[in-house]
Ligand binder design. Structure first.
Ligand SMILES: [Zn+2]
Ligand SMILES: [Zn+2]
Length: 444
C-alpha cells in the first residue's frame, strides 16, 4: 500500500484566480512533485477484469477516523467546501478499468482509502493507496534597511507551528526570494494613507510574485506606532516664564521625531476666564510625557490648560492586512529598543494565523463555525482567541485572568508562538485556497 499525497489548497487545473493567471507547473518542487498531486479533486483508476467492461461500478471513499471534524452546520453552510465525496459511480471501460473523480476536504492530514465495487457482479476491489491531504504557501521576508528580522533557528520554529504532524496541521510554509530590503523609515504609521502607500510601493518593488497567489510577504519594519489625539484640561498655575504640563499618553514625537505633536493649547486663567492661546513655537517636548510651555505674556496665577495633542495611541507590533497578501512585523518599540526576536516569532505566528483566517468568527474565517473562544474588539483589533480566559468586557490594560495561553490572543502578553487546543483544530480545518482567502489572493 502506498501513500498518495494531495496538495488540496492548489487547483486542479490551470486558470485564473482573481487577477492572477495560475500555471500550476510554477508551484511544483521538492514537496509537490507534479501537477497531478494538486487539487481537491482526485482521479482514481480502478482495475477490474476485462470481461467486466461496460458494467456500472461504484467507488466508496472511506474517511480515516482521525480526519478533521467539520460540524453539521459547517457542512450545511458550505457543502461544496467541506463535504468529501462518499460515493461516486462510473462505467468500466472496454479495457476493464474504471476512472472515478472524488473530492477531498481542504484540511491538512486527512486520510482516505477507497473501495470499488462492480455493481453487476458484486465484485469488490480495494484501493491500493492511502490518500493524504497537505497544504502549502510561500512567504518572502523583506525588511526595511535598518529593521531586523528573526534568525534561521526561529524560522524553523515558525514553520513547525504550521507543519505540526502531531496535530495534523500540515501547512507547509516555504521561504523564497530572501534578502531583499527597502528604504528605511523610522516609523511605519499604517493608518496614514500616504505613508502606507509609500511603504507598500517600496516593498512591491522587491516582491517576487512568481508564486502568486500562493505567496505572501512578511515585511519587517522599524517601529509601527500609531498616533492618536489626547484632549484634556488639567489644572495648572503660571508663575514664571515657563511651565511644564504632563500628558497622559506619550507624545508622538517621542516615537517619531519628525512628527508634529502640537494641535492646540489654551490657558484659561481663573481670574479672567478668558482663553489665551499658545503657539506651536511656545511648545517644546522635554520628556516622553512632558510639554514645556513658554508662558511669557500669559496671565499669572491658577487656571486650567486645555490642550489637543498628538500622542502614541497604539504601539503596533504586527499587522496582517486583511485584504492583501502582506504581513508587517515591528522590529522596534516606540522607544527605539529592539523587539526580541523571540517576541517577533510569536507575533509572526499570530499574524500568519490571521492571514490564513484565524480565528474563525465574524472578523476571521467565516466558512467555519465561530470558534468557542473567539472574541473581537474588547481592547484589541481583529478576531482573536481568549483561551482559557472567560469572556471579559475588555482585555486591554488589566491582566486577563486566567491569562490566555494562545498565540492568537489579541496582544503580546501571552508571549507564546503556540496555538491553543481550541485553535489547533481550526488551523487544521481552514480552507487555504486563495480563491477563498482574499488576504492571500489579492496582491498588495
Ligand atoms: Zn491579532
Ligand atoms: Zn487559541
Amino acid at each position: 500500500m502506498g501513500t498518495k499525497i494531495q496538495w488540496v489548497n492548489y487547483p486542479n487545473a490551470d486558470g485564473r484566480i482573481g487577477r492572477i493567471n495560475v500555471r500550476r507547473s510554477r508551484m511544483t518542487d521538492g514537496d509537490v512533485k507534479s501537477v497531478d498531486d494538486m487539487g481537491r479533486t482526485v482521479y482514481l483508476k480502478v482495475k477490474f477484469k476485462k470481461k467486466d467492461k461496460f458494467s456500472l461500478a461504484k467507488l466508496t471513499l472511506k474517511r480515516h477516523a482521525d480526519n478533521a471534524a467539520y460540524t453539521r452546520t459547517e457542512r450545511a453552510k458550505n457543502a461544496g467546501v467541506f463535504m468529501p465525496t462518499r460515493e461516486t459511480f462510473s462505467i468500466v471501460s472496454w479495457t476493464g478499468e474504471a476512472l472515478f473523480g472524488v473530492k477531498l476536504t481542504p484540511a491538512g492530514g486527512d486520510k482516505y482509502k477507497f473501495e470499488a465495487e462492480n455493481l453487476v457482479t458484486g465484485k469488490k476491489v480495494q484501493g491500493k493507496d492511502v490518500i493524504e491531504t497537505r497544504r502549502k504557501l510561500f512567504y518572502q521576508m523583506i525588511r526595511m534597511r535598518k529593521a531586523h528580522q528573526i534568525s534561521g533557528g526561529l524560522k524553523n520554529k515558525l514553520k513547525k507551528r504550521f507543519w505540526d504532524p502531531s496535530n495534523k496541521l500540515y501547512l507547509k510554509l516555504e521561504e523564497y526570494a530572501g534578502g531583499k530590503t527597502t528604504p528605511n523609515r523610522v516609523n511605519f504609521n499604517d493608518e496614514d494613507p500616504p505613508t502606507k502607500a509609500m511603504v507598500l510601493r517600496h516593498a512591491r518593488r522587491v516582491y517576487n510574485n512568481s508564486k502568486a497567489p500562493y505567496s505572501f510577504v512578511v515585511l519587517f519594519v522599524n517601529k509601527n506606532c500609531i498616533p492618536g489625539t489626547e484632549v484634556r484640561a488639567p489644572a495648572g498655575n503660571i508663575s514664571g516664564n515657563s511651565t511644564n504640563v504632563n500628558t497622559r499618553q506619550r507624545l508622538f514625537s517621542y516615537a517619531d521625531p519628525a512628527a508634529n505633536d502640537f494641535g492646540s493649547i489654551l490657558w484659561i486663567p481663573s481670574s479672567t476666564g478668558l482663553p489665551e492661546a499658545f503657539t506651536k513655537a511656545d511648545y517644546k517636548r522635554v520628556g516622553k510625557w512632558t510639554m514645556k510651555l513658554n508662558t511669557r505674556g500669559k496671565t499669572r496665577g491658577p487656571g486650567r490648560f486645555v490642550y489637543t495633542m498628538t500622542i502614541v495611541s497604539i504601539e503596533g507590533m504586527g499587522l496582517s492586512l486583511s485584504s492583501e497578501n502582506l504581513v508587517t512585523i515591528a522590529s522596534r518599540n516606540c522607544d527605539g529598543k529592539k523587539v526580541k526576536k523571540r517576541t517577533q516569532l510569536n507575533i509572526l505566528v499570530h499574524e500568519i494565523g490571521h492571514k490564513i483566517g484565524m480565528v474563525p468568527g465574524r472578523q476571521g474565517d467565516r466558512d467555519l463555525d465561530t470558534q468557542s473562544t473567539y472574541y473581537h474588539g474588547r481592547g484589541h483589533s481583529g478576531g482573536h482567541c481568549r483561551h482559557p480566559s472567560p469572556l471579559l468586557p475588555t482585555y486591554s490594560g488589566v491582566n486577563p485572568a486566567p491569562p490566555p495561553q494562545c498565540t492568537m490572543f489579541g496582544d503580546i502578553r501571552t508571549n507564546t508562538e503556540k496555538f491553543c487546543p481550541k485553535c489547533l483544530p481550526s488551523v487544521r480545518k481552514l480552507d487555504i485556497d486563495p480563491a477563498r482567502k482574499v488576504g492571500i489572493r489579492k496582491q498588495f
